[in-house]
Design a protein around this ligand. Sequence first.
Ligand code: BDR
Ligand code: CA
Length: 319
Amino acid sequence: ARKVLLDLDTGIDDSMAICEALANPAFDLVGITGVFGNVSVDQGVRNALAVLHLLGRDDVPVWAGARHPLLWDGDGDFLPPRNIMDIHGENGVGNVELPDSPRAAEEKGAVDAIVRLCRECGGDLDIVATGPLTNLALVLERDPGALGLAGSVTVMGGAVATEGNVSPCAEANVFNDPEAASAVLTSGIPVTLVGLDVTMKEVLTREMVDRWREAGPAGETMADIVGFYVDAHNDWLAPTLGGCALHDPLSVAVAADPGLCGYLPSVMKVDLEGELRGRTIGDQSQIRNPDRPVKVALTVDGARFSQQLMADIERVCSE
Ligand code: BDR
Ligand code: CA
C-alpha cells in the first residue's frame, strides 16, 4: 500500500475522508495534519483524534497546524462563521458527542511533519489536502523543495466550471486562504484539483447513511455525524441535491484511483482581489504554456465512487 498523509480541517466530510483513507486498500494512513477551517484548528485536531479513536486507530499520529490564514489581522484563531457551524455542527462533527481520544496531538507542528514525511518518503507519499491550503503553503516557505518530492498532491478545492459555495465564484477551502491556495496552485508542483465541479455530482441520502448502523457502535456514530450533514443539505443548504455532497472523501478516493475522474490539464491561478477573491481560474497569460501542472477534475464516475464509499465506511466501522 502507498503511504497517505491527510491535511484536514476536520468537519463532517473530512471525517468521511479519514474513513476512506483507512478503508482504501491502496493506502496506509501515515498521519493527519490539522488546519483551521470548518472549526478552529484545535477543535479540528480533537475531532481527527476522536474519529481515529472511534475506529480503533490510535496508532495514527496527528499534528496541529495553522491557526489562521497567511494574511490575518485578527488576534486569535480563525473561527468559522455561523453558516459553517450550521453545516458541520458547532463542534464540527454534527454536534454528536464523540468521546475524546485518550491521546493528544504530537509535540511537533504540522509543517515540520509534512516536510519530514516528504523528505523521508519522497515518491512513496501521497498527500491529500481537504481544508484551506495554509499548511502546504507554509511547507513551501519552510523548505521549497520538499512538497514536490511527494508522489502526488491532491487538493479538495476550487470551482472551475461551476459556481462557488461561499460566493458565486469561490469554494470554501480556497476562499478561507486564497493566498495559500495561490502559492500551492502556482508553485509548478503537479496538483490534482478535486473541486465542486465533481464533488457534488454524487450524494449520500439519509437512507444510505442509516445503513451503517448495522455495522455496530462506530457505524451508529458515523450515521449520526453524517446524518447531520445530510439534513443540513436537505433542509436548507442544497435541497435539490437529494443528499449530502462528498467533497473530501472523493478527494481521497481519487488520490488512490485517479481513473475515477476525467481531467483538464491546466495552469491555474487564484484571484486575490475584490469580489472575485478566491476564484480558481485558468491563467490567461499561460495559454501557450505546454507545461500544465494542475489537473482539474471535471468528470467523475459518481456511481462507482458512492458504492465504494458506502462499502468502505461500513467496513471500517465494523472492524
Ligand atoms: C470544503 O469546505 C469544507 O467545508 C468541507 O469540509 C470541504 O473540504 C467544501 O467546499
Ligand atoms: Ca474539509
